[in-house]
Design a protein around this ligand. Structure first.
Ligand SMILES: *Cc1c(COP(=O)(O)O)cnc(C)c1O
Length: 401
């Protein structure tokens, strides 16, 4: 790994901007704290000791490289469907990729504690895991609605030794958890580090998290060429904040013939304000939680209520790199509804014996729809960002099995 891991198309300028999106934080104290993190990040990615430690943990602890599996039964619909199996990582999702990086950085900076938000609890579990492994305190802020919905992940975090801070403000989901975690961090930036869970927030987070997630695309591009020859026609990932998608897209940005498709939650329908989280599709430009992006907003610019069947996707904003890819036309953003997502969840479970996360099921849903439109000579590579164990009771209840 080195700084050239990221394609220049998704690298920020000196002010943290990707086109008109992104940016640095205004708050003076926080700006100082984030500048320290940015400097630390720039130093470690040139440090052989850090890079070797990262590689060692990726291989022997996370279980990388994750395989690419050709889903032959799903592919009977038309185009060939291939799955990048991030669900097979230790802790069951892609989030461990950036959590190891963030916790290693926090230790390098001499911090005692990492502080973060979590939605579905996947970032919380991954961060608590990395913190247990590397011996650092971990404080996780989580909305009360998500705590109730994602109970197994709450138990995991407790067992791993993390302190959980329940957040009951507003809708009690991800956005409020981010506010709460930032507030806690502002109070003690000297001995803690904010460890954000996606490619969102002010600089340096979008760049830093994308860098740590870029391993997905670097592996996938090599594996695809070696195993199946050539490149896929479309590379597909679900988009909440956008970290698993950008991690996959990055390696394919220069391959003009490969379409990059992000799939957002249309929830109960794009015509129902407050009941979806289709940020790229229906959001307007503005500043949310310290960075510029497209976000779902009310008339007065306050972030709108959002909904998705997948807790990890119900955020009103989205990563600035994706907004920039949309503006330049290099990225295409589609949607899948809750109902399509459940159908895809069951299809992958019943036809391939793989239970996907509800988040990842959005990417599968789009791929199934797309496969049926295309001939069997076309190839779709889908990022299976996580496993669905956390969602099984919820799904059983929803479909009435
Ligand atoms: C958190 C999560 C997501 C959404 O986060 P991104 O930053 O958009 O990748 C998607 N899939 C799984 C399994 C997750 O845990």
């Amino acid at each position: 790994m080195a700084s050239e891991q990221l394609n220049p198309l998704i690298l920020p300028d000196n002010d943290g901007n990707f086109g008109k999106h992104g940016g640095k934080i205004g708050h003076p104290e926080l700006a100082k704290a984030l500048a320290e993190i940015e400097q630390g990040f720039r130093a470690i990615i040139r440090d052989d000791e850090f890079i070797n430690e990262m590689k060692r943990l990726q291989t022997t602890y996370v279980g990388r490289p994750s395989p690419i599996y050709q889903a032959r039964t799903l592919s009977k619909r038309g185009a060939q469907i291939y799955l990048k199996r991030e669900d097979l990582n230790h802790t069951g999702a892609h989030k461990i990729n950036h959590c190891l990086g963030e916790v290693l950085l926090a230790k390098k900076l001499g911090k005692k504690k990492v502080i973060a938000e979590t939605g579905a609890g996947q970032h919380g579990v991954a961060l608590a895991t990395a913190s247990a492994l590397l011996g650092i305190e971990c404080e996780i802020h989580m909305g009360v609605v998500d705590i109730a919905k994602e109970h197994p992940n709450v138990s995991r975090m407790k067992i791993l030794g993390a302190k959980i801070v329940p957040v009951s403000a507003g809708a009690g989901t991800l956005k409020e958890a981010v506010d709460s975690a930032f507030d806690a961090y502002i109070k003690a930036p000297a001995d803690s580090m904010f460890a954000i869970g996606s490619v969102v927030g002010p600089a340096p987070y979008p760049e830093m998290v994308a860098y740590f997630q870029s391993i997905i695309g670097h592996e996938a591009r090599d594996q695809f060429q070696q195993l199946y020859g050539g490149l896929p026609d479309e590379v597909i990932a679900c988009v909440g904040g956008g970290s698993n998608a950008i991690g996959l897209f990055n390696a394919f940005l220069d391959d003009k013939e490969v379409a990059l498709v992000g799939v957002e939650p249309a929830g109960e329908g794009l015509d129902k304000p407050g009941r979806h989280a289709a940020t790229m599709t229906l959001g307007k430009f503005g500043n949310i939680q310290g960075f510029n992006c497209y976000y779902l907003q009310e008339e007065d610019g306050t972030p709108a209520a959002v909904h998705s069947i997948a807790s990890g996707l119900d955020y009103p904003g989205v990563g600035p790199q994706h907004c920039h890819l949309k503006d330049t036309g290099r990225g295409r953003y589609e949607t899948a509804t809750d109902a399509e997502c459940l159908e895809a969840f069951m299809a992958l479970s019943r036809e391939e014996g793989i239970i996907p996360a509800l988040e990842s099921s959005h990417a599968i849903a789009y791929a199934l729809r797309r496969a049926a439109e295309l001939g069997s000579d076309k190839r779709l590579l889908v990022n299976l960002s996580g496993r669905g164990d956390k969602d099984i009771d919820y799904v059983l209840d929803k479909i009435g099995l």
